[in-house]
Structures are given as C-alpha cells and as structure tokens.
Design a protein around this ligand. Structure first.
Ligand code: B12
Length: 211
C-alpha cells in the first residue's frame, strides 16, 4: 500500500494523528500535494459520504473522518502559494440569523471541502446583510444556508429576497438544508437546491457548478 493509500484509509478511519504523520511522510518522500488531496482525502471523503448516505456510516464516524482530513489539510495548506490551489468551485456557508446550530453545517462544509471545493464558513447567526457582504467579498458560486429551527427557517426567505434586492442573485446558486427544511420549502422560497444530508449536498453542489 502506498503512503497515499494509507492516508486514504487512515482518513476513513478518522485517525487524526496517523493522518498527520502520513501526510508529512508523503511530503518528505516527494509526493505532490495534489496527489495527497486528489488520491487520498477526496476519495476517502467520497467513501465516507457514500456510506453515510446508505446508512452504513453514522454522524460520529463522519465527523472524526472529516476532522482527520482537516488536520491533514492544515499541514498541506501553507504549501500552496495564494491562488495556486485548483478548486472545483467556491462554497460559502452559514447558519441563518437566530440559529446557533452548527454541527450539520460544519459537516456539510467539511464534506464539500473534502470533495474539492474551497469552503468559506461564515459561522452561525448570520444576518442577510452579512451574507450579502460575504458574497461580495468572496465571490462564491454557491451559497449554503443552514437552519435547524422552524422559527429561523423563514430567515432563508428573507436572505434570498435581500440577495435579490442587492442585485447579486444571478451570481450565486443557493442551496439550503437543515432538519426542518424540505424540497417543497426550497421551491417555495426560490432556493436553487435543497439537500437532506451532507453526502447529498456534495453531489448536488458538484452538479450546480457543472451546470
Ligand atoms: C445539538 C442541538 C442543539 C445544540 C447545538 C450545538 C451546535 N453547536 O450545533 C444546542 C444545545 C446549542 C441547541 C440549542 C437549541 N436548540 Co437545539 N438541537 C440540537 C439537536 C439535539 C441536534 C442537532 C444536530 O446537530 N443534529 C446533527 C446534525 C448532523 O444534523 P443536521 O443539523 O440535521 O444536519 C444534517 C442535515 O440537516 C443537512 N444540513 C444541515 N445543514 C445544512 C446546510 C446545507 C446548505 C445543506 C445543503 C444541508 C444541511 O446535512 C447535515 C448532515 O447530514 C436537535 C434535535 C435533533 N435530533 O435534530 C435539537 C433541535 C434542533 N433544537 C431545538 C431547539 C428548540 C433548540 C433551542 C431553542 C432550545 C432552547 N430552548 O434553548 C436552542 C436554540 C439555539 C439557537 N438559537 O439556535 C429543536 C428545534 C425545534 C424546532 N422544530 O424548531 C430540536 C429539533 C430539538 C427538539 N426536538 O425540540 N440545540
């Protein structure tokens, strides 16, 4: 098994320390950063995301795998000169105003990052004005909004209207999610997409940037 395969296996198993050691080993042995990500982390997170979708892997395992990947990415990221990393798209995500839940949002962000997107996480309790200024600053193709409360899910509609009024609605595709969200709610408020879980979010986001 190559060191890259070992990185993949250790990431799937969520072995954070081992992943860091292996990433350093791979770098010392002259492996390219692109191979560590493209043949190590991305396939690992694809396997984890698939397993989660099928109900074979559960949230705690997915979280430890995603954390292991993030730990490894921390070693790699400083090696990229600004603008050098090739991402498949830029994804901005936040939990809406009034909502402090972030476990699901973080999972979605980590899995999307693992699938090759640049992810900008703007945190929780994000107001419409903050979404708008973050879109202007970071110019993402995709914006993800998370709400876990029936009382805060309405904020998504507020945000979409505000983004429209700010004249930047055409620049972004908006995907929403969180436990109370449904496809029909997404349709009703004019979101571009909805995903029920992090695995589905990855597939849908890849489709959105390709379209
Ligand atoms: C953990 C938790 C908390 C923690 C949050 C910690 C944190 N850092 O997130 C704490 C204790 C802080 C908390 C507080 C509250 N909570 Co709470 N909380 C939960 C709980 C138990 C789990 C939520 C969770 O993390 N699930 C695991 C994640 C992985 O699942 P998920 O969030 O659904 O995410 C998945 C998908 O939805 C999707 N997804 C999520 N986000 C996004 C975004 C995008 C863009 C996409 C595409 C997909 C997507 O992908 C994710 C991964 O597959 C739920 C109950 C439950 N079982 O859902 C209640 C729950 C959501 N909370 C509830 C309530 C009422 C509250 C409080 C108001 C309680 C109070 N009285 O203080 C406060 C509100 C705080 C606030 N202003 O936000 C209610 C909501 C009821 C309702 N229908 O509105 C629930 C349902 C509990 C209940 N049965 O009453 N809570």
């Amino acid at each position: 098994m190559t060191v890259i395969d070992q990185i993949k296996e250790a990431t799937i198993s969520g072995l954070s320390k081992k992943v860091k050691v292996l990433v350093q080993e791979a770098l010392d042995a002259g492996f390219k950063v692109e191979d560590i990500i493209g043949q190590g982390f991305i396939p690992a997170m694809e396997i984890v995301g698939e397993g989660f979708k099928k109900g074979e892997i559960f949230i705690p395992e997915m979280l430890v795998a995603a954390r292991a990947m993030q730990g490894g990415m921390k070693i790699i990221e400083p090696l990229f000169a600004p603008g050098e990393r090739k991402y498949i798209g830029k994804f901005l995500i936040g939990s809406v105003h009034g909502d402090m839940h972030d476990i699901g949002k973080n999972l979605v962000g980590m899995l999307i990052q693992g699938s090759g997107f640049e992810v900008i996480d703007i945190g929780v309790d994000v107001t419409a004005a903050q979404f708008i200024s973050a879109i202007r600053e970071h110019q993402p193709q995709l914006v993800g909004m998370c709400a876990l409360l029936t009382t805060t899910m309405r904020e998504m509609e507020v945000n979409i209207k505000a983004i429209q009024e700010a004249g930047i609605r055409d620049q972004v595709k908006i995907i929403i999610g969180g436990a109370p969200i449904t496809q029909s709610f997404a349709d009703q408020i004019g979101a571009d997409a909805y995903a029920s879980d992090a695995g589905a979010a990855v597939e849908i986001c890849k489709g959105l940037v390709a379209s």
